[in-house]
Design a protein around this ligand. Structure first.
Ligand code: 5HM
Length: 336
């Protein structure tokens, strides 16, 4: 018996879950005004967590947001100023208009809790350095006090991230109390597998499998039509050659993340206008340069409202990312 259905990439897992929730929904729910179809207790495994992108024209994945959110988590941040620039709708989840609450997972993972002097992330890494076979390297994300205020707009959907070092590989099991299969799943798995890979790099381990477990897996009724179009596209389109996200450089540290974010902040604040050559001259590894290329093209779209993003920026992008931005923004030259 296989422990979990396994998929070669996130796209296949996403499509299988959409099919399950639309064709075999177990429940109809209406929690907090969101009518949805729901399946409870589902999960899947990605043997190769770097296969974290989806290439569906109807779904229009947003790699700019994906990369920004992953960095926001890795830097332990919770500010709306950064993440709200990439996803303005997230402001509705902020209790005070300044910070996000429970969904700022990186803040919970990478900062010491009040009264502690070590982050959960550092503690579980130390545990795995001391005893690789440990079953205790669990990072708790959901906190019981999040339910104390019934009006809390932002209760963590992730219960915990469990790291397991086995035979030189770092596996991760993510447990979510709830996951919106159409809107939340894709960016969640993108970012959580980035956290897993970052942890593997810190420990000097190979990247192992990623397992995703969901309590309430649901599709909101307001997204039904798009979900149908996505499923239709998956049945009829010619196969897109998936490009794997490249490996995170082995020398990536918190300092690397901070440096990438210094550039990100200047780009976001429209203080710089980078060419591809400027980005190459930052001295950052090509892997992280791809992130800056995405941020620069987004700056040109948001701050300058360009009709066409600078060709050198698009040309320097990885072909898979170029395909994605081309399907999302007309200024990136539709590749349809
Ligand atoms: O009422 P509730 O707190 O469960 O609403 C949160 C909604 O956002 C759910 O549909 C949940 O599945 C979705 N969500 C998600 O899928 C939210 C976040 C942010 O915490 C997330 N993934 N990362």
């Amino acid at each position: 018996m296989l422990s979990m259905p396994s998929y070669p990439n996130l796209e296949r897992a996403y499509l299988a879950l959409l099919q399950l929730a639309t064709q075999n929904a177990e429940h109809r729910i209406g929690a907090r005004g969101n009518d949805a179809r729901e399946v409870i207790g589902v999960g899947f495994r990605l043997p190769d967590p770097r296969q974290r992108m989806t290439y569906l024209a109807e779904r229009k994945a947003n790699p700019v947001f994906n990369c920004a959110e992953a960095l926001w988590y890795l830097a332990g941040r919770r500010d709306l100023a950064m993440i709200g620039y990439y996803a303005p709708s997230m402001s509705s989840s902020s209790p005070d208009g300044i910070n996000l609450g429970g969904s700022a997972y990186g803040h919970t993972i990478f900062n010491p809790a009040p009264g502690d002097d070590v982050s959960q992330f550092e503690r579980v890494l130390e545990l795995l350095r001391t005893e690789p076979d440990s079953k205790r390297a669990l990072i708790s994300v959901f906190s019981p006090d999040e339910l104390a205020d019934p009006g809390n707009p932002d209760v963590a959907c992730v219960a915990g991230l469990h790291l397991l070092a086995r035979y030189g590989q770092l596996h991760m099991v993510c447990t979510m109390r709830a996951n919106d299969l159409d809107c939340g799943l894709l960016s969640d798995v993108f970012s959580f597998t980035m956290i897993q890979e970052y942890a593997a790099v810190q420990l000097g381990l190979e990247l192992g499998t990623y397992t995703h477990m969901i309590g309430s897996a649901h599709v909101n009724d307001r997204n039904t039509e798009r979900v149908e179009r996505v499923l239709q596209e998956a049945e009829t389109r010619p196969a897109f050659q998936h490009t794997e996200f490249p490996p995170m450089p082995a020398d990536t540290t918190a300092k690397t993340i901070a440096t990438v974010l210094e550039h990100e902040e200047n780009i976001r604040a429209n203080k710089v206008r980078y060419t591809a050559a400027d980005i190459a001259a930052t001295g950052l590894p090509p892997y992280w340069q791809q992130f800056l290329l995405l941020f620069e093209l987004y700056r040109q779209i948001t701050h300058e409202a360009v009709a066409a993003v600078a060709p050198d920026i698009l040309a320097a992008l990885d072909p898979g990312l170029r395909w994605l931005v081309g399907h999302r923004w007309s200024a990136c030259g539709s590749t349809r």
